[in-house]
Ligand binder design. Sequence first.
Ligand code: MG
Ligand code: MG
Length: 279
Amino acid sequence: MPKSAYKIDRLRESADLVGQTLGQVARYIEPGVTTRQLDRIAEAFIRARGAEPAFKGYRVGNLVFPGTLCASVNDTVVHGIPNDIPLREGDLLSVDCGVRLNGYYGDSAYTFPVGEISAEKRALCEATYGALHEGIARASAGRRVGDISYAVQQHCESRGYGVVEELVGHGIGRKLHEKPNVPNVGVPGTGPRLARGMTLCIEPMITLGTARTKVDADGWAVRAADGQAAAHYEHMVAVQPDRAEVLSTFSYIEAVPGAALDSLPAYKIYEPEQGIGVM
Ligand code: MG
Ligand code: MG
């Protein structure tokens, strides 16, 4: 549903806190560190700012997610539970973070290199990040959700990557997951029509090999069925008449020396502004 300028301002604050948290986590990512250590850093950071982790305690049926972060290493696509296994040089680490601040949710994800990563993993990240921005470029009022989905799918499949279909982006607001779903595969000109003030999470989940997945015994971690690497980048956007305004930011990550992947393609980002949205 379209949101007022007031609500978009609140969501921008929540999205910014997620960005800050990812930036804080980024400072500690290196071989030998565990994802549980990163999780504790993130939780303390969020609570110190008067917010709550959005994923900790999140329920699906009888399952309760125990972490502040989803920390997904190598072949884990998403929903990895933070654990005590030290990160190793060459790992890919996808960190997804959600917060609730003043009743509004923020949700954003970034795939980090741990030390030097292979050319293969690097290219996967570049394609996934590119797909995110191709999707964002189509999230303007009057277009359809299928336009976003198709752009993501095309960008990745044309490069030979797998697009995970069973996991999707989503609307966001006072709930973490709102309508509409934003799939990463689709047909242009189909699906819900985008209206000014809608707030969406666009989040391609892309694999080096097969797009088929399997779920770990813990009921959460979604892995590529063939054990090859996966990447995941997620931004929150607000639909505007001629463009999408990106509410979340990777700028705090990029400010940490060596944390961001230095070869990600350049895309024009429309910086957050105050006071746009609908009544
Ligand atoms: Mg997320
Ligand atoms: Mg999300």
